[in-house]
Design a protein around this ligand. Structure first.
Ligand code: ADP
Ligand code: TRP
Length: 321
């Protein structure tokens, strides 16, 4: 099964990103054909500073490689290194009714928040459809906010196929209901928009400072404590094996320890969990040329899939003459 994911290079990754999307993607490399790319053209809709965008693109590549993206198993590249996607974006535009884009929630939400409306924000789903269709993707794992975009890709592909024959694979979205929403330090969904994140690669001291900010119930030290609704427990449990979870639950219900102890435990568990990834990241940070080579090789692999599909499209549409 061919599974495709696009990642916006939008800054420091947090543990919500890790459990909600990175870990499932890393795990699926073993039994699926994983296509993953850094969506730097898409990021232009929000990052208007060239130096920053190129830095964030390399940072995203470095982070994903450090967290287990394996270029010998998956195809991993930067969107702008496979230019065919822009050609397809234009071709698909002729199969995209205006109404389809006008109904897009993400566009409506962004403009409602006061983000200036421009053509790239409006046509964002068409480029996303090109990303998906260019590689014959069967499944696109997404968060709930992106479901509609995959449906738009499917609608565009259907319209195109009706006119020119069965060229595109019709993609399906997949929302993993087993993946819990990771709470942030304030108990809301962890999100960089809410300023409540715990980053994956922060410094030890600042990680501890963030963990100490997690909102908890006020209960006396000796009192037994609830674990099920505790923000600290609901984060730390993601890192623990069943037996360690049970042991921690006992510590909560027995009393005698305060939330400060559980916070220290979370900081320590998290620091150990990401230890091997930090070491890899240090390596890649000091070997950025190697990261570039991996990305170039990934783009070549991606292009080898995209080109025959693109030739079929050019031929069917009469662009090849
Ligand atoms: P943010 O909300 O911080 O802007 P993004 O929208 O960039 O995060 O999310 C990137 C990926 O991480 C998406 O697949 C999203 O579903 C996942 N993700 C983000 N926050 C969480 C969370 N708190 N819990 C689970 N998954 C999350
Ligand atoms: N729009 C996606 C997001 O904001 C990123 C993305 C771009 C994407 N192209 C894609 C995701 C293709 C899946 C498939 O998260």
């Amino acid at each position: 099964m061919r599974v495709l994911t696009g990642i916006q290079p939008s800054g420091d990754l947090h543990i919500g990103n890790y459990f909600g999307s990175i870990l499932p993607m890393i795990e699926s490399q073993n039994d699926h054909e994983v296509f993953a790319f850094i969506a730097n053209y898409h990021a232009m809709t929000s990052v208007g500073d060239g130096e920053r965008l190129s830095r964030l693109t390399m940072q995203a590549a470095t982070d994903f490689l450090s967290l287990g993206m394996d270029p010998s198993k998956a195809t991993f590249w930067v969107q702008s290194d496979v230019k065919e996607v822009l050609e397809l974006y234009w071709i698909l535009s002729s199969f995209t009714p205006m109404g389809l884009l006008e109904r897009a929630h993400s566009y409506k939400d962004k403009t409602a928040k006061g983000i200036a409306s421009n053509h790239s924000l409006f046509s964002y789903p068409v480029l996303m459809a090109a990303d998906i269709l260019l590689f014959g993707s069967q499944v696109v794992p997404v968060g709930k906010d992106q479901i509609q975009h995959v449906e738009i890709a499917r609608d565009i592909a259907t319209k195109f196929n009706n006119q020119y024959g069965d060229i595109f694979v019709l993609p399906e979205f997949r929302v993993d209901e087993n993946v819990a929403t990771v709470p942030g330090t304030d108990g809301q969904k962890m999100s960089k928009s809410y300023d409540n994140t715990i980053t994956i690669f922060g410094e030890e001291k600042s990680q501890l400072k963030t963990v100490k900010k997690i909102v908890t119930e006020v209960v006396g030290m000796e009192e037994p404590k609830e674990f099920a609704n505790c923000n600290v427990y609901n984060i730390v449990k993601l890192f623990l094996e069943e037996s360690d979870r049970i042991a921690l639950q006992k510590r909560y219900t027995s009393g005698g320890e305060g939330h400060g102890h559980f916070k220290m435990y979370l900081a320590q568990v998290m620091w150990e969990y990401f230890g091997e990834f930090r070491a890899k990241r240090l390596y890649y940070e000091t070997h950025q040329d190697e990261v570039r080579e991996i990305l170039n090789a990934g783009a070549a692999k991606a292009r080898a899939i995209a080109q025959p599909i693109m030739e079929k499209i050019r031929s069917a549409t009469g662009i090849a003459y």
